[in-house]
Design a protein around this ligand. Structure first.
Ligand code: UD1
Length: 365
């Protein structure tokens, strides 16, 4: 008998990448196990996404929780190894660049279990970013490298990866976005937050380089104090950011930004509804750069670089870093001119999960 395919999720940005793959494998009646490492565990960082994305409860929950990088990665490895030995999967699918991704791919490499990495080949070329290490290691050892865009193929080739491991499948997160955008119109988030569609910006912030560094955090807040004079800013607060603001004594200053609407982490449907109705997105997230491009909403990325350059060359994204003046000028430009309109990159067509499922079927047969 062919062993199950294990789909791994761990942290918030994984859920919308696995959901369409899970649904497609279900349709094809492929024996699969949905495994959640528990890297993210709060209901509003995890459970709500299963509900919103129509995924069942995970079959296996490892309950790893928070901790240092080494602790989190090692703990996932220890527990995931046991799962692999017990269930003898025919293959494992990991997505994105979080600690759970690299941990499970390392277990597969040693257990000799075929592993596919979805969202392979992305590079920021910035090793200060923990995710960059996770990307490099995962792509060095995973058997099938499923890329979202040509830059991914190019980066892998430059690293000497052989052609037969690289498969361009497109961007699976955009499948989730397109599958749910109509449903998100029932969201009451605009009413709940008392904001008017088309008249606000959305802000997300959680990168250690922005929020673990007090100077950088203050530079961004200073920019928001100016931008808030022009437009309402909706800010769903990530737990890391909330904790750091408290530690640095910045909570009050954040709350006093003009026209800021601070809220807890939003669920998937509420959040895509918020994005779709925004005039501007300010973010240091990876996924939002792609979702804003797919939605045609101008995005200012509060980082020095991006592993998703196609969102800049083809989409609506502009890299602005965390310098106060640069952020203010870029935001004012978007508010004055409407910003970049861009186009949707090739294979971000809502059909990536079909291509991934075709590949999985070929591999397990
Ligand atoms: C992780 C990912 C990052 C991704 C982000 C999305 C890595 C290296 N980083 O970063 O790539 O963009 O998720 O959110 O894997 N916490 C809670 N509740 C939770 C989860 C976390 O309160 O459910 C708090 C804890 O205090 C924890 C902190 O948030 O220490 C950071 O969580 P962690 O998983 O370490 O990293 P993220 O910053 O969320």
């Amino acid at each position: 008998m062919i062993g199950p395919v294990i789909l791994v999720v761990g942290a918030r940005p994984n859920f919308m990448k696995i959901a369409p793959i899970y649904a497609e494998l279900e349709k094809r009646k492929i024996n699969q196990i949905l495994l959640h490492t528990g890297q993210h565990y709060d209901d509003n960082m995890s459970k709500i996404f299963f509900d919103d994305l129509g995924m069942p409860q995970p079959d296996i929950y490892l309950g790893i929780g928070s901790g240092s990088h080494a602790y989190q990665t090692a703990k996932v490895m220890v527990e995931f190894e046991k799962v692999c030995q017990e269930h003898k999967p025919s293959m494992v699918v990991v997505v994105g660049d979080v600690n759970s991704t690299v941990a499970c791919s390392m277990v597969c490499a040693k257990e000799r279990i075929p592993c596919a990495h979805v969202e392979a080949g992305l590079r920021s070329f910035d090793r200060d970013m923990p995710e960059e290490i996770n990307r490099l290691v995962t792509d060095a050892i995973a058997d099938y490298l499923l890329t979202p865009s040509p830059d991914g193929d190019y980066n892998l080739r430059n690293e000497g990866v052989s052609e037969n491991r690289i498969v361009r499948v497109g961007n699976v997160m955009i499948d989730s976005l397109f599958n749910n955008i109509d449903k998100s119109k029932t969201s009451l988030i605009h009413q709940d937050l008392n904001v008017t569609i088309g008249e606000y910006g959305v802000l997300t912030l959680h990168r250690p380089s922005n929020v673990d560094d007090k100077t950088a955090f203050i530079q961004i807040i200073s920019a928001l104090e100016k931008i808030g004079e022009r437009i309402t800013i909706v800010f769903p607060l990530h737990p890391r950011t909330k904790n750091r603001a408290e530690e640095f004594g910045l909570t009050e200053r954040l709350e006093q930004i003009p026209n800021i609407v601070i809220t807890g982490p939003a669920g998937y449907l509420d959040f895509i509804s918020l994005m779709a109705g925004a005039k501007l997105i300010l973010t240091d997230s990876g996924g939002l750069q792609e979702e804003s491009t797919a939605l045609g909403i101008p995005c200012l990325t509060l980082r020095e670089n991006t592993e998703r350059p196609v969102t800049v060359t083809e989409g609506t994204n502009t890299i602005v870093g965390n310098n106060t003046e640069v952020i203010i000028n870029a935001a004012m430009d978007v508010l004055d001119t409407g910003g970049k309109s861009g186009r949707i990159p090739e294979l971000w067509d809502g059909k990536t999960a079909l291509r991934i499922a075709d590949l999985i079927e070929r591999i397990i047969e």
